[in-house]
Design a protein around this ligand. Structure first.
Ligand code: BGC
Length: 344
């Protein structure tokens, strides 16, 4: 049985109240706030039964209002990048704010990560709902979104659902930054990672997929067998992993796939991820630089966490060979991702 608790917190600068929900099972405890649908904490035990918080974030919840790194948040309406912040639907050109060099990233200037969601209880969890109006950040259609977080024993599931009244691109994910040694540990070099992807998407110099769907065979992106992150990051050209791994191809049926496993030998903690999404952005916090003051006064340098953002392939709305990125009226957007925590 999961214990579910609700608390109301007033944010003085925003002059608004937000809710904090705590989900507690016998082995895991998760905190979620209604601002940005953010997971603010995940506490799991190491092999000696010592519990630590394994996600990055802030003690002062006000900081999530200005956080530009999307710690723990649900990002949308479209997670990841859209080239030149532009797309065309039925001959009509839509322009978004370019908030990442020449491109649009993670839903715009005020994406879903900055909205205050409406909460309600569900068995073993909480449902957060949000209405994104027609024209919100340049996107078409009134979009009704809900995210259900459920904790069942050692598995946290995140279920995304949405409907629209005009055809719109959509791509929802959770942007938690994990460090299985405990948040605040300086790096993730001693983590072993595997991702069950046969292909990945090379990107151009503005991080937009080039269009090539490249087999991982004989490349540094072959993560079928666990690799030590520290040594692989040294070999990899560029600042680190920030790439979409292709979990299933457009013609393949939507099934839940075990997509990633991360193990930290020091603590024994293991994270396993499964999803119905066609891709996962594996991001090794290349753009953290130690300037953010995190929980418990931690500074978060480059490579101090990893993200496994299950989602559609980046820029899919502009790349026809990628999985369909559009949600149409009378359709339902529906995906689930599960994070399972254990010790080895
Ligand atoms: C992107 C990174 C970006 C980060 C922002 C990730 O999803 O792939 O390039 O810097 O989000 O927090």
């Amino acid at each position: 049985m999961t214990e579910v608790q609700r608390e109301v917190i007033t944010l003085s600068s925003a002059q608004c109240s937000i809710e904090k929900w705590t989900l507690r099972s016998s082995s895991v405890s998760v905190e979620i706030i209604s601002l940005g649908c953010v997971i603010t904490s995940i506490k799991t035990a190491d092999r000696n039964g010592q519990s630590s918080d394994i996600v990055l974030g802030f003690d002062d919840l006000e900081c999530y209002l200005t956080n530009s790194r999307y710690f723990g948040a649900v990002v949308g309406r479209v997670a990841n990048r859209i080239a030149k912040g532009q797309f065309v639907i039925d001959g009509k050109v839509y322009n978004l704010a370019n908030n990442n060099g020449p491109n649009a990233l993670h839903g715009g200037l005020r994406g879903f990560d900055k909205a205050v969601w409406t909460c309600g209880p569900v068995p073993d969890g909480v449902r957060l709902s949000h209405i994104s109006p027609d024209g919100d950040e340049g996107y078409p259609g009134n979009l009704k979104v809900s995210v259900i977080y459920k904790l069942e024993e050692n598995t946290l599931s995140v279920e995304y659902c949405a409907q629209t009244d005009k055809t719109t691109p959509i791509n929802l994910t959770n942007h938690s930054y994990f460090n299985l040694a405990g948040q605040g540990a300086p790096d993730i070099y001693d983590h072993q990672v595997s991702i069950t992807a046969d292909a990945y998407l090379p990107v151009n110099d503005t991080m937009i997929p080039t269009g090539e769907i490249k087999p991982v065979d004989n490349t540094l992106f072959d993560l079928h067998k666990p690799i030590a992150l520290g040594s692989r990051l040294k070999e990899l050209p560029g600042p680190g992993f920030d790439h979409n791994f292709c979990l299933r191809f457009p013609e393949q049926p939507k099934l839940e796939i075990k997509c990633a496993r991360v193990e930290h030998h020091g603590s024994g903690r293991v994270l396993e991820v499964s999803t119905t999404q066609p891709g996962v952005q594996f991001y090794t916090s290349n753009f953290l630089d130690g300037t953010i003051k995190g929980k418990g006064g931690a500074s978060y340098p480059k490579h101090s966490a990893f993200c496994l953002e299950t989602q559609n392939w980046p820029d899919a709305v502009n790349q026809t060979q990628f999985p369909d990125a559009l949600l149409r009226p009378r359709e339902e957007y529906n995906h689930i991702t599960r994070f399972t925590f254990s010790v080895a």
